[in-house]
Design a protein around this ligand. Structure first.
Ligand SMILES: [Zn+2]
Length: 97
C-alpha cells in the first residue's frame, strides 16, 4: 500500500472522471490499480464521493444537510491528518536517510 501518491493531482482528476462517468478505458484501468494500492487516492475518492453525495442531497432536499456537513467535516479532518502524517514521514526520512 502506497502512503504517498506521486501524481495525486492527476489521480484526483481521474477519480473525478470515473465518478462523473466520463472516464476513458485507460483512466478506468489506472483508477482500478490506484484504488488497490494508493492510500491518498482511496481517501480522495471517499472525500469526493461524500461531497458529491452532499451536493445531490442538497439538490434533492432528501437528507438533512446538518448531518452531511458534519460528515464532510470529519472526512476533511481525516484527510488533513493524513497529510500531516505524510509530512512527518517525509521529515523522518530526511533525518534518517
Ligand atoms: Zn494515486
Amino acid at each position: 500500500m502506497k502512503h504517498h501518491c506521486e501524481n495525486h493531482e492527476r489521480c484526483m482528476e481521474m477519480i473525478q472522471a470515473v465518478l462523473d462517468g466520463s472516464a476513458t478505458p485507460e483512466e478506468m484501468q489506472h483508477y482500478k490499480t490506484e484504488m488497490n494500492r494508493c492510500l491518498p487516492c482511496i481517501e480522495g475518492e471517499e472525500l469526493q464521493k461524500s461531497i458529491k453525495h452532499a451536493l445531490n442531497a442538497k439538490i434533492e432536499k432528501k437528507c438533512c444537510p446538518e448531518q452531511t456537513i458534519s460528515q464532510i467535516k470529519s472526512k476533511l479532518s481525516v484527510a488533513s491528518l493524513l497529510l500531516l502524517l505524510l509530512v512527518a514521514e517525509i521529515k523522518l526520512i530526511d533525518i534518517y536517510f
